[in-house]
Design a protein around this ligand. Structure first.
Ligand code: ADP
Ligand code: MG
Length: 224
């Protein structure tokens, strides 16, 4: 499903070039639940942005479903993102003026669905994350854990095969964090391909496979 071959990412900082990813090769099977763990600044978010087609590598190749997409332009990448990838971030990134339901509906507009279909899918997604009784609440009227579950519903509503979660429990207390992890594990059982990024070893243990990133390189293919 996801195949990275010798990916590098260099940022040009004027006088210096900073190589943030240094030759990452990684294969993620369809339906796999992988955690990428590593300290702050090791390149985790840069790698996730690459996998999620939010960014392109400086060198190396990225195959998604067998297609080489590292050379795609922004328009092509945005199409891939819309069809294949659901994102969950540490910050929930909900729009404060919209209800939970409207937040979930919004990105579906780019998938060319009718309003009726968008609404039904969003209700289904919010029900799946256990928020059927909170759909008309605004983000400020919800707890952090509930806001993250709205963000997960938003990621799920388009039914993407791949879910990318970058420190999804980073802003949550331990109870809400463990609820979110229970939900992510359930989605894995239902067949989603999941890449979970975290600096927290305990959270990483929830995944089926864990790899470690350090200074922009994968240092080990398993800590289990
Ligand atoms: P992590 O998510 O593991 O904490 P990041 O991928 O966010 O790490 O960052 C890795 C390194 O790349 C850091 O040193 C960071 O400062 C640098 N970096 C990230 N994004 C940029 C950018 N857009 N421009 C320059 N440097 C960046
Ligand atoms: Mg990060």
């Amino acid at each position: 499903m996801i195949d990275l071959k010798k990916i590098t990412k260099t940022y040009d900082m004027g006088s210096v070039q900073v190589e943030v990813l240094r030759g990452i090769s990684l294969h993620v099977d369809e339906g796999e639940f992988l955690a990428i763990v590593g300290p702050s600044g090791s390149g985790k978010s840069t790698l996730m942005n690459m996998i999620g087609c939010l960014d392109t590598p400086t060198t190396g190749e990225y195959y998604l479903d067998g297609k080489e997409i590292s050379t795609y332009n922004e328009k092509q990448l945005s199409k891939i993102r819309n069809q294949k990838i659901g994102f969950i971030f540490q910050k929930f990134n909900l729009l404060p003026k919209l209800s939970a339901l409207e937040n979930v509906e919004l990105p579906l507009i780019y998938r060319g669905m009718t309003h009726k279909e968008r609404r039904q899918r969003s209700i289904d997604a919010l029900t799946k994350v256990g928020l059927e009784d909170r759909m008309n609440h605004k983000p400020t009227e919800l707890s952090g854990g509930q806001q993250q579950r709205v963000a997960i519903a938003r990621a799920l509503a388009g039914d993407p095969p791949v879910l990318l979660a970058d420190e999804p429990t980073g802003n949550l207390d331990s109870k809400s964090g463990s609820d979110v992890m229970t939900l992510i594990k359930q989605l894995s059982k239902e067949g989603k391909t999941i890449v979970l990024i975290t600096h927290d070893n305990e959270i990483a243990m929830e995944a089926k496979r864990t790899i470690i990133i350090k200074d922009g390189m994968l240092v080990n293919n398993s800590i289990a």
